[in-house]
Design a protein around this ligand. Structure first.
Ligand code: C5P
Length: 234
């Protein structure tokens, strides 16, 4: 399954719901991040879910396995479709995360669970100096992705460049979720390494996360449909 996920990086519930009303009937996948979730609480997820949208809840959990398991059970109860953890929390933590989702799903479809390998805000130099990981960053990304796979996760969040490394290390069925999507004629904003929806499709990434190229457009629905067509060919 491949899809376009709209990053709903809005300041509050009202702005988010007003934006989503425009997509009634299309019911896209939307990403809810920490800002909105911590500002509005879990009700924002319940409400968007009730409107019929699929939700990627991007909270990047990282704690001891027992805590992560219980937190994940609650996220599954909320009805999210996809969520994530930091792979640096170890294989044991990721296994616990998966277990928690299974428990919370209570027989319903278990949400897709993906891992963050290294944040794209972390450079190789910072990783080596601050985190004392004396490796090339692509080796770390590949290794953390393999750990995620070992723990039974479905995939990782990564840059388009890393998607190829991850697919090579873990196989094509292991999902990649890729932000940093831009059109050549669009504003790059603060994204440095970007890729077009067409290129993302060629690379074989499974989900693209698109924010401002949709949310900041005058006609966001038309922008979404353009991205869908270019990425999914439909
Ligand atoms: O507006 P834009 O398309 O840049 O939004 C991309 C979304 O993906 C934002 O929500 C951003 O936080 C998220 N993201 C990212 N790079 C990562 C991980 C997440 O841009 N490595």
């Amino acid at each position: 399954m491949r899809d376009v996920i709209i990053a709903c990086d809005f300041k509050d519930k009202e702005t988010t719901l007003n934006f989503l009303k425009k997509f009634e009937g299309l019911n896209p996948y939307v990403k809810i991040g920490m800002e909105l979730f911590y500002g509005e609480g879990p009700d924002i997820v319940r409400e968007i879910k009730a409107m019929g949208y699929k939700i990627f809840l991007d909270l990047k959990l990282h704690d001891i396995p027992n805590t992560v398991r219980k937190a994940m059970a609650n996220l599954a109860r909320l009805g999210v479709d996809m969520t994530n953890v930091h792979a640096s929390g170890t294989v044991a933590m990721m296994e616990a995360a998966k277990q928690g989702l299974i428990e919370g799903a209570e027989g319903r479809e278990v949400p897709i669970l993906i891992a963050v390998t290294q944040l794209t805000s972390t450079s190789e130099e910072t990783m080596q100096r601050d985190l004392l990981i004396p490796e090339k960053i692509e080796n770390v990304v590949a290794h953390y992705a393999q750990n995620a796979q070992k723990a039974g996760l479905d995939g990782v969040v990564c840059s388009p460049l890393e998607a190829e490394i991850v697919k090579k290390a873990c196989g094509t069925d292991f999902k990649t979720v890729t932000p940093g999507i831009r059109y050549p004629d669009g504003d790059k904003g603060d994204q440095a390494r970007v890729t077009t929806p067409m290129k993302a499709r060629e690379i074989g990434t499974d989900f693209i996360v698109v924010g401002r190229p949709i949310t900041a457009q005058e006609d966001p629905v038309a922008a979404y449909l353009r991205v869908r067509k270019d990425f999914l060919g439909e």
